[in-house]
Structures are given as C-alpha cells and as structure tokens.
Design a protein around this ligand. Structure first.
Ligand SMILES: [Zn+2]
Length: 141
C-alpha cells in the first residue's frame, strides 16, 4: 500500500485519500474549501450577482438569437408539451373559471360549478335560447 503524509494534518494516509498531485488529504482539502467558502460567502454571492447583472443583456441576446434560430424546434416542443399536458391545463383553466365565478358572483364553489354547467348547456343550445332569456330576466343569470 502506497501512503503519503498530509502536509496539513500530518496523518499518513493511503494515496487514494489524496487528490492528484496534492500534498493535502481530501479531508483537509474539503475542510479548507468549506472554510474558504464560509469566509467568502458574501463576497462570492456578490460576485455571482454582479456577474449575472453584467451579463444580463448578453444572455438575453443569446436567448433571443437561440429562440429565433430554433423557432420550429421550440414550437414543436411547446406543441408536444401542450398535448402532453392538455388535461392538466384544462383542469387548471376550469379551476380558474370556477374561482373567478365565485369571486364575481360571491357564491360557493358548488354554486359556481352548477352555474358554469348550466351556462354551458345553454350555450350549446345557442345564445337565443328562450329558457335562458327567461332565467336572465328573472335575475338568475
Ligand atoms: Zn489531512
């Protein structure tokens, strides 16, 4: 077994415990890296933020160029995504409709669902449905 002595902790360890061409064992190197990060956390965060801000325009331009160059591909992706999530989107839209109806009319969820259902039924029978007109004059719709 080939061993090496760590220059940091002084413990003799198997060479597999050392990185390539490193004189410190991995444990020490990791601890040092962590300590460095902890000590410079704010600095590193600020740097990352500054870098992000400085390259925002460039990134946006890149994104735009990419989107333009891959319009067909992206549109195909979106189509595939929408197809795969059709039911999900439908359910989401339905939920939104119910919520809107509840807020708009100040009614319960159950009443909103019923209202939407009846509205749709009338719609499918045509806007000039007599029953609907009657209900509207009665103030139900
Ligand atoms: Zn060590």
């Amino acid at each position: 077994m080939e061993t090496k002595i760590c220059t940091k902790c002084g413990i003799e360890k198997d060479v597999s415990c050392f990185g390539k061409a490193k004189n410190q064992c991995r444990d020490c190197a990791n601890a040092q890296g962590k300590a460095y990060y902890a000590a410079n956390k704010d600095k590193q965060k600020a740097q990352a933020k500054a870098y992000y801000a400085a390259n925002r325009d460039k990134r946006n331009a890149q994104k735009k160029a990419y989107n333009a160059a891959n319009k067909d591909k992206i549109s195909a992706w979106q189509k595939a995504y929408n197809a795969a999530n059709k039911d999900k989107r439908k359910a989401y839209n339905e939920k939104n409709l119910i919520t809107r109806c509840m807020t708009e009319h100040g009614i319960t969820e159950q009443a909103a669902i019923e209202k939407i259902r009846i509205n749709r039924m009338f719609k499918s029978q045509g806007e000039n449905n007599e029953t609907r007109k009657q209900l509207m004059t009665m103030g139900i719709f």
